[in-house]
Ligand binder design. Structure first.
Ligand code: BMA
Length: 705
């Protein structure tokens, strides 16, 4: 197959302009307007509204490219687009070659008949996403999160681009992923599925190959496998199965190494390579451990037979302007996760399916990925057309990502089982049935065809589906929001022993430097208009103040307040995570909301938009440490004392626990001291401790109840 990239310099214009401006592809309208100085920074102060209005217009992208005679000798020439955002009409030499309506899909259009030898012009028009959601809502009123703009569920475009409780309303547009011409002959690889059988003699690695025949069949098929050191481990013909003796297994971060093998598939005719597929893979088994037990049903990722305590956070798009998310930036973020001892990332369903580089980095770093499908906080209209569209969307993304060793689980959606069960956003009969048809019939069936070896989980949170108490604290995964959204004190975390907390969170302000990036000095008060525009969860700046009052003195200065809010956030999440790790076995996951931000904002993130660590991220490094010493204290905080109560007594005690998340026994010493507020040592001691691999152990209780 011949590939000619069309990435690079293009031109773009708003449909009502006469002149074109320079553009870059992959990229986006906002990105190009900013580069050309044609719009203000949308993140500065309250500029968002003006930037949003720009999306009332249609935009066009164009470029000229040369076609050499040999390209036209291929049996087929296609235009392959890895991502178009979103409502696009594609023209080659003024003739329409195809349309697109889903930013999550790859598109491939036949273009041979439209091309000529020499210079050719391509033009892609993008219609206004705002106009579309408005008009489509009138016809098809599908509701969803009020933080996003009405009608957003009707467009297969990252939902959070229309606003979220941490994100601005900036629904960008453009050619957001690679674009290329492909010359294809005889047959091409439609898909390759790598399967593994772990046996006594070693790991059998098999490639299941689907070819798309253009004019006939490929004559020869080659499957090759290379060791992490680059040594060829064998070549298989039609059987496509290779035995790896003495396999080096892939483990999540903290449990072992991440050796990556290379799998390569080539199809040939008369010795000529027709197509090639080459990816890195990891040898491991992965599943979900769900056993009935005295509390309910366990829920844990199981890798190579070992149950993992998932430690990590929920990932959202790294920038509202996706064109600015580079592999380098993603690598830095994910490396910061490993620095804080993460082993898991949940990709939240209101953004987009990450690019290959995201998963490549997770493979290298040992970060398990919980991958939501891109459905979040919305009810969808399951028409035939919509079904066809999302089916294609799943096929593209599952085929693209399923070989990654880091991929731990596919999840149907974010929070919809929970909401639909409670009739939230349901406005007509049939929508409940549509929910089940989508996530519990169509999707699992597709996964049985596309990725039968993977885990499919119907929703987050869920207890297994069928509206069976989706947020049951004793089964499945849980989103726990009583702390924060319902204002409960964070000490409440200790009352629960979730099986796997996939969301719980606590907000803080970003640091002063980040605040300076979007404010003038007169805005630097948490209740100013600009600070409230950079806080998307309703009334939440007041909520941060309220929580601060429970644990700190009034911070006085703006800068101190920002800082105190971060300490408070770190303390809150630590309080929950340490407790759940002390209860390892019953609880097997603490994935907090949220890892990162898509613009400078007050939010639940532990790393801000500029990559600056908030106090929480430093705390995570400690509370996610492979061997964690924690102290379950009883005192003023855990009892939320009312100082005006008559009389009031405080129970005081401290009990130590060691959580060992490594595969080796831990032996060591605990040294402890008790200090007064002036840091003077009141008491102290030390004792030996030994903790089995993959377990938590209570050590000693000091004081009395
Ligand atoms: C969860 C998420 C997001 C949201 C967050 C904070 O429920 O799934 O939709 O941003 O809470 O409210």
């Amino acid at each position: 197959m011949k590939r000619i990239s069309l990435n690079g310099a293009w031109r773009m214009k708003r449909e009502d302009w006469t002149e074109w401006i320079p553009a870059s592809v992959p990229g986006s309208v906002y990105h190009d307007l900013l580069q050309a100085g044609r719009m203000e920074d949308p993140f500065w102060r309250a500029n968002e509204a003006e930037a949003l209005a720009l999306m009332e217009f249609d935009y066009a992208y164009t470029r000229v490219f040369r076609v050499e005679a040999d390209l036209l000798t291929h049996e087929e020439v296609t235009l392959y687009c890895a991502g178009l955002d979103t409502l696009a009409q594609v023209y080659v030499n003024d003739r329409l070659v195809g349309t697109a309506d889903n930013m999550h899909r790859e598109w491939e259009f036949q273009v041979k008949d439209f091309l000529i030898e020499g210079d050719n012009a391509i033009l892609i028009r993008f219609s206004s996403p705002l106009r579309y959601i408005r008009e489509s809502y009138d016809e098809n009123p599908n509701d969803g999160s009020d933080y996003a703009m009405k009608g957003f569920p009707n467009l297969r475009k990252a939902h959070c681009m229309f606003g979220w409780d941490w994100g601005p309303r900036l629904p960008d547009a453009g050619i957001w992923r690679d674009i290329e011409l492909r010359g294809r002959d005889v047959a091409v690889l439609e898909s390759v599925y790598i399967r593994q059988r772990h046996t006594e003699e070693g790991v059998w690695v098999k490639a299941e190959i689907d070819c798309h025949e253009i004019s006939g069949a490929a004559e020869e098929l080659r499957f090759l496998l290379y060791s992490p050191a680059g040594e060829c481990l064998g070549q298989a013909g039609d059987r496509c199965e290779i035995l790896v003796k003495e396999p080096q297994l892939w483990w999540p971060n903290g449990y072992g190494e991440q050796p990556l093998y290379r799998a390569s598939v080539v199809i040939l005719k008369e010795g000529v390579v027709l197509d090639k597929w080459e990816r890195r893979i990891g040898l491991r088994t992965i599943g979900l451990r769900r056993d009935q037990d005295k509390w309910g049903e366990s829920f844990a990722h199981e890798v190579n037979g070992t149950a993992i305590f998932a430690m990590g956070a929920d990932y959202i798009p790294e920038d509202n302007i996706f064109a600015r998310i580079t592999p380098e930036r993603t690598r830095r973020l994910l490396e910061d996760c490993v620095r804080a001892n993460f082993n898991t990332i949940r990709v939240w369903g209101g953004g987009y399916y990450p690019g290959d580089d995201f998963f490549d980095i997770c493979d290298e770093l040992g970060l398990l990925v919980w991958e939501d499908l891109m459905f979040a906080c919305a009810v969808y209209g399951l028409t035939d057309e919509f079904e066809e569209n999302i089916r294609e969307e799943l096929i593209c993304n599952v085929r693209r990502l399923r070989h990654h060793p880091s991929l731990a689980l596919w999840c149907g959606n974010n929070e919809m089982e929970l909401f639909v069960a409670a009739d939230v956003w349901i406005n007509r009969p049939g929508q409940k049935a549509d929910y089940l048809t989508m996530y519990e019939y169509i999707f699992p069936k597709l996964f049985r065809e596309l990725d039968p070896d993977a885990v499919y989980w119907p929703a987050s949170p869920s207890s297994g589906g069928a509206f069976d108490d989706p947020n049951d604290y004793n089964r499945g995964d849980v989103h726990y929001w009583e702390v924060w959204h319902n204002g409960r004190p964070f000490t409440e975390y200790r009352k629960f022993h979730f099986r796997y907390a996939s969301e719980f969170g606590f907000q803080s302000f970003p640091c002063m430097k980040t605040v300076e990036s979007f404010t003038l000095p007169e805005d630097r008060n948490v209740f100013s208009y600009v600070m409230e525009k950079h806080q998307r969860n309703s009334l939440a700046n007041g909520k941060i103040m309220e929580y601060i009052s429970q644990i700190f003195l009034y911070p006085g200065r703006f800068e101190t307040l920002l800082y105190a809010s971060q300490l408070l956030q770190a303390e809150a999440i630590r309080y929950g995570v340490e407790h759940w790790r002390r209860n390892r076995g019953r609880c097997m996951g603490a994935v907090y909301w949220q890892l990162n931000d898509c613009w400078p904002v007050a939010s639940w993130a532990s790393i801000d938009y500029f990559g600056r660590w908030k106090a929480l991220h430093y705390a995570a490094r400690r509370f996610f440490a492979p061997v964690l010493l924690s102290c379950e204290e009883e005192g003023l905080l855990s009892q939320t004392i009312d100082v005006n109560a008559q009389p009031f007594a405080v129970k005081k005690s401290a009990r130590f626990s060691v959580s060992n998340e490594t595969r080796q026994r831990f032996t060591g010493r605990i040294e402890w001291t008790l200090r007064d507020p002036a840091a003077r040592v009141l008491r102290g001691g030390d004792f030996a401790v030994s903790v089995e691999a993959l377990s938590a152990k209570w050590v000693e209780k000091l004081g009395k109840h």
